[in-house]
Design a protein around this ligand. Structure first.
Ligand code: UDP
Length: 430
């Protein structure tokens, strides 16, 4: 297949851990590569956010990234990109020329608008393109949790529902999202599930391990934004100390770019102030943004990786921790409900509950043999279910379902055999 990925703000080539660069960048990069390795021709369209970027960057024999001029050639916060989606769509159509893609797959709601627009333009020229959509995050959920703090454009909820209802197929990343999509009016028979995956060559149990300062360490990784709940983990550290565990350090990874930037980062400052107020500043380290190559050694150094978001559309960090054979203490929200198996690969805790986080970490610390078992189970789980090659195969099934559904009406016998072919793809249509 000729596959066009559209990822307006999340370039697969960007450094991770900044405010707008996280799981979506990883997802688009890894899924595109895995699809290319399955023999598809994949082009990722993203917005030019730096004048120095070349138009095309080939990253694999069948994979290239194309930077489209859409809005100013500098970083623009993603919540301000909506006005440029028309330009993005036009740039995609121009790049397609006479040979549009078979599939255009939008990532995030705004890219969905560009994907639909590009497909519409192409269809009006007589070339059929199927539109797939992965939301990564939903405005309805964000609004519910962030209320007035939500800086998304006011049109988001309406346009997002429109994208969901207009796309030929929506690829949800977890079961929780399926319920949200239903509530948005997306027909259930047009939804497939393909979760995010993890790079199992990079995130494995063997390899360098960073030294700790104290006997025990918990690690939390994520962009430094309030909804990631890093403050809850600092509060849990206080609870741990109050219950006799004053030998635990907390490493917080992620942020604005490097330590000097962290010093100017209001969220980092808020976390430092909280740790100071709670009397645990001597055992909280804010590492700032780290490269992917450094991440496994940091994860392996943990007794437990703690993920305490208020909500989480998917959450790749727990998979990376499990890949490294480390137990995960995770808030039971969003994708973490699917990925972390309570009592088998880690422990679930209620969201926004520092005492529960502390109790779960204490349980893991109290029984090293059980902790190892949790880590081993996590490792086996991600190897069995979350390799990017498997996720690419699941996504390919969603593409085939969309392409199959687009086949024009055929005689009854042909329709029956086409239906059998579709069934044999094993697509997880809901
Ligand atoms: N990450 C990284 N360096 C950092 C912080 C995060 O490489 O300093 C990576 C992390 O390992 C994971 C991704 O960014 O692969 C975050 O994805 P997740 O789905 O957990 O969260 P999101 O940022 O999408 O909300």
């Amino acid at each position: 297949m000729r596959i066009s990925m559209v990822s307006e703000h999340a370039s697969p080539l960007a450094a991770l851990g900044g405010v707008d660069a996280g799981g979506q960048n990883v997802h688009v990069a890894e899924l595109s590569l895995a699809l290319a390795r399955r023999g598809h021709d994949v082009t990722v369209y993203t917005r030019r956010d730096d004048p120095a970027l070349p138009v095309r960057v080939r990253t694999d024999a069948r994979l290239e990234v194309v930077h489209i001029d859409a809005g100013p050639a500098r970083h623009v916060p993603k919540d301000m990109l909506l006005p440029f989606m028309g330009e993005l769509a036009d740039g995609i159509v121009e790049d397609w020329g006479q040979e549009p893609a078979d599939i255009v797959h939008g990532h995030f709601w705004m890219s969905g608008l560009a994907a639909l627009d590009a497909a519409r333009q192409s269809r009006s020229g007589g070339r059929d393109v199927q539109v797939l959509q992965t939301f990564h995050a939903l405005g309805t959920v964000k609004r519910r949790h962030q209320g007035v703090e939500d800086t998304s454009p006011s049109e988001r909820l309406m346009l997002e529902a429109m994208v969901g209802r207009s796309a030929d197929r929506v690829v949800a990343t977890c079961s929780d999202e399926v319920f949200e999509l239903k509530a948005m009016g997306v027909p259930a028979n047009r939804v497939s599930i393909a979760p995010c995956g993890v790079d199992l060559e990079l995130f494995g149990p063997h390899g360098p391990v960073e030294e700790r300062e104290r006997p025990h360490r918990i690690v939390s990784v994520g962009r430094l934004v309030p909804r990631k709940g890093m403050d809850l983990v600092i509060r849990a550290l206080r609870e741990l100390a109050d219950t006799g565990h004053d030998d635990v350090e907390l490493l917080i990874v992620g942020g604005g770019g490097n330590t000097s930037v962290l010093e100017d980062d209001p969220e980092a400052q808020r976390l430092v102030a909280l740790a100071t107020e709670l009397g645990v500043a001597d055992r909280v380290v804010l590492r700032g943004q780290v490269s992917r190559a450094e991440m496994p050694a940091l994860l392996r150094s943990a007794d437990a990786v703690v993920c305490a978001p208020w909500y989480e559309p998917f959450g790749i960090v727990p998979l990376e921790a499990m890949g490294c054979g480390v137990p995960v203490v995770a808030a039971a929200v969003g994708g973490l409900v699917d990925t972390v198996v309570d009592g088998k690969t880690g422990l679930h805790v209620p969201p926004q509950d520092p005492a529960a986080i502390a109790a779960a970490v204490a349980e893991v610390l109290a029984d090293p043999a059980w902790a190892r078992e949790l880590g081993d189970n996590g490792y086996r789980r991600v190897r069995a279910r979350y390799s990017w090659s498997r996720i690419a195969a699941d996504t390919e099934k969603a593409y085939q379902l969309a392409l199959g559904a687009a086949v024009p009406a055929a005689p009854a016998t042909a329709r029956r055999s086409a239906a059998r072919r579709l069934e044999s793809t094993g697509g997880r249509a809901l």
